[in-house]
Design a protein around this ligand. Structure first.
Ligand SMILES: *Cc1c(COP(=O)(O)O)cnc(C)c1O
Length: 400
């Protein structure tokens, strides 16, 4: 396509033709990429259009249509793949979309998958609902199973789905041991790496095949965007790509720009979340109202050794189990009274949150707490530690 002389055009056509290329041939450099709002990608010649299709067919990155990538969305994909240490990344509408896409890239009717018992609730709902309806059977395994997972692998087992730590109950899994068994038996491993982020757990170097990130959490980091990413190794990337693109998964230009912006401060934010969460977790451990604190970086965590061996850091999400004399009602009242801890789902943003985890949930996920006590999941945000501590201390005084 070559450019028309605008002045000679009908005004109606001018409305279409104007303002589509940055002045001065678009050569100004900016520190951040512009927001690309694109459905259609334009090619100068039919030959270039054809070349992009041939590149795609050969498995290369290429521009063809907005849904399959724009300059900024592919830049974000490249950044996520590099950070995680994978071969290629695909972004989509939510973390849950990333989980469903990763699973659907591997299974067919009649297949069997192994899913960790402590997995994120909606992951379980997907397995028990949509996947079951499609003829895929799920077996939930003990997060502490390690190499013992070999005994659960059946002839038609295609996937081991892991999440470590579990984002409600914080059990750690021996990921390298599970991945070694999976590789021997030809089973694909998928890890939900949202808690640790690519900075604190190097999933691919521990043997994982496919990583999912709820980008909504730390990568976005500002509680203003929903996005998910599937990052695959070289062997799995075309399967994941075919599924992501077949399902029509994509992320919009504004969201991509917000996540690229979030990424710039990921490392400094995480260190602050880590520092404050550890200080608060240690403080909770010393309080008489508290039975246990579920934080992998604490010496008291039953799988602390695995954390020390495999992780580069800890993030800002952990659990507190209160002593049995404190009723659900009394713990709920404490949460209602906080000033800095919002009551709500999600985490990984700048703000602190508290979420009650009631006994019903605990029984459902058959965890290792062996306890029906009240439990609260805390996300420690970027407020000053003193203010958070004061809020938590006055909360504890209200427990009865
Ligand atoms: C929040 C979360 C997800 C889902 O992410 P959304 O973007 O909210 O869909 C997946 N896994 C874990 C561990 C999460 O905490």
């Amino acid at each position: 396509m070559s450019a028309p002389t605008i002045g000679k055009l009908n005004q109606q056509t001018q409305c279409i033709a104007l303002g589509r290329v940055a002045p001065l041939n678009g050569t100004a450099k900016t520190a951040s990429l512009p927001v690309y709002q694109a459905s259609t990608i334009l090619f100068d010649t039919v030959e270039e259009l054809g070349q992009s299709q041939r590149d795609y067919a050969q498995g290369f990155e290429s521009y063809s249509y907005g849904r399959k990538g724009t300059p900024s969305s592919l830049a974000l994909c490249e950044a996520l793949a590099a950070l995680e240490g994978g071969h290629a990344a695909f972004i989509m509408s939510s973390g849950l979309a990333a989980i469903s896409t990763a699973l659907l890239s591997q299974v067919s009717a009649g297949d069997h998958i192994l899913v960790v018992d402590s997995a994120y609730g909606p992951t379980r709902a997907l397995c028990d609902g949509l996947l079951a309806r499609m003829g895929v059977r799920s077996t939930y395994y003990d997060p502490l199973i390690g190499a013992g997972i070999a005994d659960l692998i059946e002839e038609n087992t295609r996937v081991i789905f892991m999440e470590s730590p579990g984002s409600l109950t914080f059990e750690l899994q021996d990921i390298p041991a599970i991945c070694r068994v999976a590789a021997e038996r030809g089973v694909v491993t998928i890890l939900d790496n949202t808690w640790a982020t690519p900075l604190f757990f190097k999933a691919f170097s521990h043997g994982v095949d496919i990583v999912i990130q709820a980008v909504t959490k730390y990568l976005g980091g500002h509680s203003d965007v929903l996005m998910g990413a599937v990052i695959a190794n070289k062997n799995q990337h075309l399967k994941v790509r075919a599924t992501a693109h077949g399902l029509g998964q994509f992320a919009g230009g504004d969201d991509v720009a917000m996540v690229l912006r979030g990424l710039r401060t990921l490392s400094v934010r995480l260190r602050e979340h880590e520092k404050n969460a550890l200080a608060i977790a240690q403080w909770f451990e010393r309080q008489p109202q508290v039975e246990r604190v579920l934080h992998p970086a604490l010496l008291s965590h039953p799988q602390h050794d695995l954390w020390k061996r495999d992780f580069e850091g800890s993030s800002g999400l952990f659990g507190v189990v209160f002593k049995s004399e404190y009723s659900v009602k009394s713990v709920d009242k404490m949460l209602d009274g906080y000033h800095h801890f919002g009551i709500g789902y999600s985490w990984g943003g700048f703000e602190s949150l508290a979420l009650p985890v009631h006994a019903d949930d605990l029984i459902k996920i058959r965890n290792h707490l062996k306890s029906t006590n009240s439990m609260v999941r805390y996300q420690i945000g970027l407020e000053h530690l003193d203010d958070l501590m004061a809020d938590l201390a006055s909360g504890l005084k209200k427990l009865d």
